[in-house]
Design a protein. Structure first.
Length: 256
C-alpha cells in the first residue's frame, strides 16, 4: 500500500512539474487541449495538463523586416529598383497562429507585392519627391490586409531608389537647365530694376539741370581719387552764378 501511495504521489508530483511553463513579459502562450484552442496564458508562470494540452509561444514585440530590392516600373515607364523596411507586431496572438500558417512570411510576401504595385501607380518624380505619402499608402494597405491575422503594421519606409544611369544623366541635364533658367531670370529682373532706376534718375536730372552738374562733379572727384591726375573742368555759368549767390548770402549773414 505504501508503495502504491508513493507511486501515485510520484506521478502527481511529476505531472505537476511537467506541466509548468513560463512566458516572458514580451511573450504570450496559446494553449491547445486535444487540438482545440483553449486560451492565452502569460506572461509569467502557468500550468498546462501534460499530454492532453500543449502550448505555443508567440513573441509580441515589434519586428523589423527588410524588404529586399525590387525591380519595378513606374507609371511613366521608368524601370527602377527600390527596397524598404517594414515594422510590425502581433496584437492578437491567437489569430496570428490559427488564421495563417506563417504570419512572418505572409506579411513579407504581401508587403513586397504591395510595394511593387504602389510604385507602379506613381511617376518617377513622385517616387523621388513624395516618399512620405507613398510610405503612408503602403502602411495603410498592408495594415488593412494583415489585420485579420492579428498583425499591426506600425511603419513602412522606403530606403533606396536606384535609377538607371541614362535616367540619372537626363535628370542632371534637366536640373542644370532649371538652374540656368533661374539664373537668367534673376539677371533679367536685376537689369529691369536697374533700367527703372536709371530712367528715374534721368528724368530727375532733366527736370533739374543743376543736379546733372553736381553728378558730373562727383564723377570727376571719383576719377581724381582713382587716378593721380590733374583734371581741368569748365564750369557752367548757371553753376557759377549759383555758387556766387550762395557765397554772397553767407557773407551777408556773417556781417549781420
Amino acid at each position: 500500500m505504501n508503495i502504491f501511495v508513493l507511486i501515485v504521489s510520484g506521478v502527481i508530483f511529476f505531472l505537476a512539474f511537467a506541466g509548468l511553463r513560463i512566458a516572458q513579459e514580451y511573450e504570450r502562450a496559446l494553449v491547445f487541449r486535444l487540438g482545440r484552442f483553449k486560451g492565452l496564458r502569460g506572461p509569467g508562470l502557468f500550468w498546462i495538463i501534460p499530454i492532453i494540452e500543449r502550448s505555443q509561444i508567440v513573441d509580441i514585440r515589434t519586428r523589423t523586416v527588410d524588404l529586399e530590392r525590387q525591380e519595378t516600373i513606374t507609371k511613366d515607364s521608368v524601370t527602377i529598383k527600390v527596397n524598404a523596411v517594414l515594422w510590425f507586431r502581433v496584437v492578437k496572438a491567437s489569430d496570428a497562429i490559427i488564421k495563417v500558417a506563417n504570419f512572418h512570411q505572409a506579411v513579407y510576401q504581401f508587403a513586397v507585392t504591395t510595394l511593387r504595385n504602389v510604385i507602379g501607380q506613381h511617376q518617377l518624380d513622385e517616387v523621388l519627391k513624395e516618399r512620405e505619402t507613398i510610405n503612408r499608402t503602403l502602411q495603410k494597405i498592408v495594415d488593412a490586409a494583415t489585420e485579420p491575422w492579428g498583425i499591426k503594421i506600425e511603419m513602412v519606409e522606403m530606403k533606396d531608389v536606384e535609377i538607371p544611369e541614362s535616367m540619372q544623366r537626363a535628370m542632371a541635364r534637366e536640373a542644370e537647365a532649371i538652374r540656368e533658367k533661374r539664373a537668367r531670370i534673376i539677371k533679367a529682373d536685376a537689369e529691369f530694376e536697374a533700367s527703372e532706376k536709371l530712367a528715374l534718375s534721368a528724368k530727375q536730372m532733366a527736370d533739374n539741370p543743376m543736379s546733372m552738374e553736381l553728378r558730373r562733379m562727383q564723377m570727376l572727384a571719383e576719377i581724381g581719387i582713382d587716378n593721380n591726375t590733374t583734371t581741368v573742368v569748365l564750369m557752367p555759368s548757371e553753376f557759377q552764378n549759383a555758387a556766387k549767390s550762395f557765397t554772397d548770402y553767407v557773407n551777408l549773414q556773417k556781417k549781420g
